[in-house]
Design a protein around this ligand. Structure first.
Ligand SMILES: [Zn+2]
Length: 165
C-alpha cells in the first residue's frame, strides 16, 4: 500500500514494507519503520502529511476542515476505562487520517464515523458500542440491542439476500 518510491538507503531498491507507523512527536509527520525486501535491512522515514486541506462534508452539506484531534477525542471518550492504551487511540486516528486523505480532498462525516467504528469493532466491543451510540444517535435501548445484534453477526460471513421485483 505504501510502497511508493521510497528507496532503501543501503541497496537503493524501492521494494520495502512498512513494519511500524506512528506520528512524529509534533504530529506533523508520520514516522515509518520500513524493512527492505531485497537486503532485509530496516530504516526509518519521516513523511509529511499532505498539506492540502481535507474537508469533511456534514449531513447538512456544511464543510469544515478535518481535525485529527476531534477524531482522537471521540475515540478517547469511547475507550474511557477500557483496556485500550493511548498509543492505540493515536494509531487509529493516524490511520484514519491517512486513509481519508488517500481517498480525496473531501469526505463525508458519515465516512469518518464509519472508519472509526470499523476499527473500534476490531479493537474493543464495548468502546465500539459507546461510539456507535453517540455517532448513530441511539434513542432507546432497542437501538442499542439492534447494534449488539449487528456486532454479533459481523463475525459471520456476509450474505446478500436475493431480491426480486
Ligand atoms: Zn535494501
Amino acid at each position: 500500500m505504501y510502497r511508493g518510491a521510497v528507496r532503501c538507503p543501503y541497496c537503493q531498491t524501492a521494494d520495502n514494507k512498512v513494519v511500524d507507523s506512528r506520528p512524529s512527536d509534533d504530529g506533523a509527520a508520520i514516522r515509518r519503520r520500513r524493512e527492505c525486501l531485497t537486503c532485509g535491512r530496516r530504516f526509518t522515514t519521516y513523511e509529511r502529511l499532505e498539506e492540502l486541506p481535507l474537508m469533511v462534508v456534514k449531513r447538512a452539506g456544511v464543510k469544515e476542515p478535518f481535525e485529527r484531534a476531534k477524531v482522537e477525542a471521540g475515540i478517547q471518550r469511547a475507550v474511557t476505562h477500557r483496556p485500550v492504551d493511548e498509543g492505540a487511540v493515536v494509531a487509529i486516528a493516524t490511520e484514519i487520517e491517512e486513509e481519508l486523505r488517500a481517498a480525496g480532498a473531501e469526505v463525508s462525516s458519515e465516512r469518518v464515523g464509519l472508519a472509526v467504528l470499523e476499527r473500534l469493532r476490531d479493537l474493543d466491543p464495548v468502546s465500539y458500542l459507546r461510539f456507535a451510540s453517540v455517532y448513530k444517535g441511539f434513542e432507546d435501548v432497542t437501538d442499542f440491542e439492534r447494534e449488539v445484534a449487528v456486532l454479533q453477526k459481523s463475525t459471520e460471513p456476509k450474505r446478500h439476500p436475493a431480491r426480486s421485483g
